[in-house]
Design a protein around this ligand. Structure first.
Ligand code: F6P
Length: 338
C-alpha cells in the first residue's frame, strides 16, 4: 500500500511524533510506502510531496512544528464565481495520480471536516486529531494541549511573583478561540483567582467583586486567566485589554495585561503529547491495513479507538459548566465570573 500524510491548520507540538508514529509503523511493520504532502491541502493542489523513508522520519520525535509544513487551505470553501470550486476535483486527480491507497489528515476541527468531505468524494481517508485548543469532538484529548497547558501554567506562575510584589491585578489571555480548555486547565494548575472562558460567559461586576473581596481578605493582588475567545462588549479590543481596563476603572487597582499568544503553540512536545501522537499514529496504520477508512482515531479513557469522520465533522468539544475542574474550582472559592 502507498499512503500519504499531511498536517493542516494551526501547528502544535506533537505533530512530528505523530508523523513518525504513522510512518515508522507503516514502513517497518506493514511494509507500506509513505509520502508526505507539504503545507496541508495547499501541497495537494500543487502536488508538493516528499518521500518519507526511515531517514526522513529519524530525529523528529522531540521537534515542535511540523516537518511537512501546514496551511489553513480549505479546499471545499465556496468562493462565488471562482475556480476555487475545482479544488476538490484537483485533489481527487492528484490522489489518483500519486496512486495513493489512503490519505492521513492530521488536523483540528476544520481538517476533520475536510477529511470527511474528501471521504465522501471517494478518497480513502483517516483523520488524526490535533490542536492545542483540545476542542476536537470525539476524542478525550488532543496532542499539543498538554504542552500548551504546561507553557501557560509556567507563565501564570511567573505572573504571581510580580503581581504580589506590586499589589496588582494581572490579566493573562490564553489561546482558545472557541473553547476555554487551556485557560481552565492552566488557570487551575497555576492557581489563578479568576478564570473566564467563552463557554460560561461572565459578568464584570462579579469579577470585580471577587477581586475586591480578596483585598478585604488581605490579598491585594489577583491573577485573572481569560480565554482569547471570550466575548466582551467591545469587539474591537482584545479581551485582555477590555477586561484589564474595566477592572482598573471599576476597582481602582492597578491592572496589567499579558497576551501569551503563539508561545503556547511552539517548541518541543511534552512526553505525554509525544506518546499520544505515537499511539494515535500507530493505530491509524492498523485501520489502514484493515481497510477501515473514513474514520478518525481517538483516545477515550486510556483506550485508543476510532469513530466515523461523519460523526466528528462540524462539531466542537467545549467545556461544560459541570466539568469537575469548574465545580471543584468554584468549591475552592475561585471565581468564574458568573
Ligand atoms: O491552533 C488553534 C489556535 O491556536 C487558536 O487558539 C487560535 O485562535 C488560532 O490557532 C490562531 O492561529 P492562526 O493565527 O495561525 O490562524
Amino acid at each position: 500500500m502507498k499512503i500519504g500524510i499531511l498536517s493542516s491548520g494551526g501547528d502544535c507540538p506533537g505533530i512530528n511524533a505523530t508523523i513518525r508514529g504513522v510512518g515508522k509503523t507503516a514502513i517497518t511493520h506493514f511494509g507500506m510506502q509513505v509520502i508526505g504532502i507539504k503545507s496541508g491541502f495547499s501541497g495537494f493542489l500543487t502536488k508538493d510531496t516528499v518521500s518519507l523513508d526511515d531517514e526522513a522520519l529519524s530525529g523528529i520525535l522531540n521537534l515542535g512544528g511540523t516537518i511537512l509544513g501546514t496551511s489553513r487551505e480549505k479546499p471545499f470553501k465556496k468562493i462565488l464565481n471562482s475556480e476555487a470550486d475545482d479544488k476538490p476535483r484537483i485533489i481527487l486527480d492528484v490522489y489518483n495520480e500519486l496512486r495513493l491507497d489512503c490519505l492521513v489528515c492530521i488536523g483540528g476541527n476544520g481538517t476533520q471536516k475536510t477529511a470527511y468531505q474528501l471521504s465522501e468524494l471517494g478518497l480513502n481517508v483517516i483523520g488524526i486529531p490535533k490542536t492545542i485548543d483540545n476542542d476536537v469532538w470525539g476524542t478525550d484529548v488532543t496532542f499539543g494541549f498538554d504542552t500548551a497547558v504546561d507553557i501557560a501554567t509556567e507563565a501564570i506562575d511567573r505572573l504571581h511573583s510580580t503581581a504580589i510584589a506590586h499589589k496588582r491585578v494581572m490579566v493573562i489571555e490564553l489561546m482558545g478561540h472557541h473553547a476555554g480548555w487551556i485557560t481552565l486547565y492552566s488557570g487551575m494548575a497555576g492557581g489563578a483567582d479568576i478564570i473566564l472562558i467563552p463557554e460560561l460567559g461572565f459578568d464584570i461586576r462579579k469579577v470585580n467583586n471577587a477581586i475586591l473581596e480578596r483585598v478585604q481578605r488581605g490579598k491585594p493582588y489577583s491573577i485573572v486567566a481569560i480565554a482569547e475567545g471570550l466575548e466582551t462588549n467591545d469587539k474591537k479590543q482584545r479581551p485582555a485589554t477590555y477586561i484589564s481596563y474595566m477592572i482598573e476603572e471599576m476597582t481602582g487597582i492597578e491592572t496589567r495585561e499579558t497576551v501569551l499568544g503563539y508561545v503556547q503553540r511552539g517548541g518541543s512536545p511534552s512526553a505525554f503529547d509525544r506518546n499520544l501522537g505515537t499511539r494515535l499514529g500507530g493505530y491509524a496504520t492498523e485501520l489502514i491495513a484493515k481497510g477501515q477508512f473514513g474514520r478518525m482515531v481517538s483516545i477515550q479513557g486510556d483506550k485508543v479507538t476510532s469513530l466515523p469522520l461523519k460523526e466528528v465533522a462540524g462539531k466542537l468539544k467545549l467545556v461544560t459548566p459541570n466539568h469537575d475542574l469548574v465545580v471543584q474550582g468554584k468549591r475552592m472559592g475561585i471565581s468564574f465570573g458568573i
